[in-house]
Design a binder for this molecule. Structure first.
Ligand code: NYM
Length: 212
């Protein structure tokens, strides 16, 4: 019999919500419990497309807004064969940002509608679980200064948060809102509980297609 597939688990949220810390803690916890698991992150800055994106984010280059949106999407699509292979091999993928960040960040720019922003990512592997690390802008600001990269301002992050809230109304996605104002360990416990439930149910379900 073919092995049971892995689960596709995504963490989303505005900057400073603790996504990367929590992805790493989840990875370690699942590894320690003997489950096959790997972590990915988007943008994946290691590829040729990822390097274009990284230079843009670091303000070393300028790109037209539609163009960079499509590059972020292409950076996900170029990973799809690898993602599918790993999931089929029974490996659970913990992913730091996905298409939802893509839509929320571009959608927060003037002149973009969410519908247009979603189109390039239609048909990507559909996450079995998307956990949104919820943190108010006030609490995020208390966690320290933003860095130097593009988009790292409080006003832009507030606009991004609104776009995420819109996306979370979509019942076709298994959204779970996580209170990211709790301690790192308490947030980790919530995330682990949701992830274990999802890994057990995803085993028996076909991998879906996003927004289709
Ligand atoms: N970002 C991320 C986008 O604008 N579109 C996308 O599709 C994705 C995946 O890039 N500010 C933005 C969100 C972040 C930045 O930051 C990547 P980090 O620290 O590498 O997650």
């Amino acid at each position: 019999m073919a092995c049971k597939r892995g689960a596709l688990i995504v963490l989303e949220g505005v900057d400073k919500a603790g996504k990367t810390t929590q992805c790493q803690k989840l990875l370690q916890a699942l590894q320690q419990s003997g489950r096959p698991v790997e972590m990915m992150r988007f943008p994946d800055r290691s590829t040729t497309i990822g390097q274009l994106i990284s230079a843009y984010l670091q303000k070393k280059s300028d790109l037209e807004d539609h163009t960079v949106h499509l590059l972020f999407s292409a950076n996900r699509w170029e990973m799809v064969p690898l993602m599918k292979k790993k999931l089929e091999q029974g490996i659970t993928l913990v992913v730091d940002r996905y298409a939802f960040s893509g839509v929320a960040f571009t959608g927060a720019k003037p002149g973009f509608c969410l519908d247009w922003c979603m189109k390039p990512d239609v048909g990507l592997p559909k996450p079995d679980l998307v956990m949104f690390l919820q943190l108010s802008p006030v609490e995020a600001a208390l966690r320290g200064q933003f860095g130097e990269e593009r988009y790292e301002t409080s006003s832009f992050q507030r606009a991004v948060q609104q776009k995420f809230e819109h996306l979370m109304k979509d019942p076709s996605i298994n959204w779970q809102v996580i209170d990211a104002s709790k301690s790192v360990d308490d947030v980790h416990k919530d995330i682990t509980t949701h992830s274990l439930n999802t890994i057990n149910t995803a085993h028996n379900l076909p991998l879906g297609e996003l927004w289709k």
